[in-house]
Design a protein around this ligand. Structure first.
Ligand code: IYR
Length: 223
């Protein structure tokens, strides 16, 4: 069966003078450069409407064949957060004590991370992102496309939206993270992708004084 075509509608977008573009792009760069991964959160709650808006902003990301192959689970239940923390710490303990190769441990040492994940309970909300590799349509499996790329893009939008709302986040990747599927009772077509605590940074939060790569390290120009 061939799918029906979308109707096409006119599109126009506001443009700027070169001077305005330069100013806007520099302002945006400065704003994005202020985003930092935070590991120390206040337990102050955040409005649900903010979380929902952030997720809808993430969901505007481009995706393969516009399948939007993602599910964002919001966890604010203290009991669920505790279960997630306990399960994550169990895995992380094993990872830090033997599962991660020495090089990896060495690369993480400057960041001061370890197996303890108190932020999973302190942060007022956890957004657990799932990737959907297929859908069930009329009882049949229908694949999604470029799922990893699509969900990565959506998570990028999500982090930018969180930052824009004045909140902080941590892109946490407990490994393995299958326990999230069980704890959140997700269907077979969904696999956990990222676990993102969201909230206010605690008043005493510190971040490593890391430097970002310069333009010539991340960009090559072919004239
Ligand atoms: N998942 C572990 C280890 C970890 C890995 C990387 I790569 C990081 O940038 C940070 C942590 C943890 O969350 O501690």
């Amino acid at each position: 069966m061939t799918e029906k075509k979308y109707p096409f509608i006119p599109y126009s977008k506001k443009t700027y003078s070169e001077a305005e573009m330069i100013q806007r792009s520099a302002d945006f760069l400065h704003f994005m450069d202020l985003r930092r991964t935070v590991r120390d959160f206040s337990d102050e709650p955040i409005p649900m409407e903010v979380l929902e808006n952030i997720i809808l902003a993430a969901s505007t990301a481009p995706s393969g064949a516009h399948k939007q192959p993602w599910t964002f689970c919001i966890v604010t239940s203290p009991e669920k957060k505790k279960q997630i923390r306990e399960a994550a710490e169990k895995e992380e303990h094993e990872s830090y004590n033997g599962r991660m190769p020495d090089d990896w441990i060495e690369d993480l040492a400057p960041l001061g991370t370890d197996w303890r994940k108190p932020f999973l309970e302190t942060a007022p909300a956890l957004i657990v992102v799932f990737r959907r590799s297929y859908e069930i349509v009329n009882e049949k499996k229908r694949n999604n496309y470029y799922v990893t790329e699509s969900v990565g893009l959506a998570c990028g939008f999500l982090l930018a939206a969180i930052h824009d709302a004045g909140l902080a986040a941590l892109t946490h990747t407990p490994s393995p993270m299958n326990f999230l599927s069980a704890l959140l009772e997700r269907p077979e077509n969904e696999k956990p992708y990222l676990l993102i605590p969201v909230g206010y940074a605690s008043k005493t939060a510190q971040v490593p004084d890391l430097k970002r790569k310069r333009l010539n390290e991340v960009c090559k120009h072919y004239i």
